[in-house]
Design a protein around this ligand. Sequence first.
Ligand code: THU
Length: 160
Amino acid sequence: MKEIVIETKIRACQMDELTPEEQELVVIAKSQTKNSYCPYSKFHVGAAAKLDNGIIIRGANQENAAYPSGLCAERSALFAAGANYPEIPVNTLAIACYTDGHFTENPGSPCGSCRQVMLETEHRYGKPMKVILYGEKEIYVFESAAALLPVGFFSEDLEG
Ligand code: THU
């Protein structure tokens, strides 16, 4: 038996410690929470994905009376990026959450399905995608989506 220890590096910082480009992306993710359609959870999530060509794709969670038919903000942005700019890598993804009249104190934590989609996004382009999770108290920066999902499932795993 051997033990495998996995370490994840998170940069915890404040808004003024981000680059101007990262700050802009966070501002857009925050503003995108206004486009959330969340009559059921009342949990507004906004996402902004910056592509390598500088274009910013916006996302927001979209719920449905048939609950599982809804989609998270991160995936709405990443799928829109793939659908409109399939050849362009996603450079950075920013996420913000708003509920009860304020942005969450702690950085919004992406669900497992979104982490899996983030992983595939960076894997398909063969380069790391930075992930910025906004919180009022603190912001988390991950240099790569892989840091959010260790032991992930990749296309190669389908080959057995
Ligand atoms: N949600 C997201 O948009 N992203 C996540 O990673 C976590 C959850 C949404 C889904 C649902 O509309 C609401 O937040 C409550 O779960």
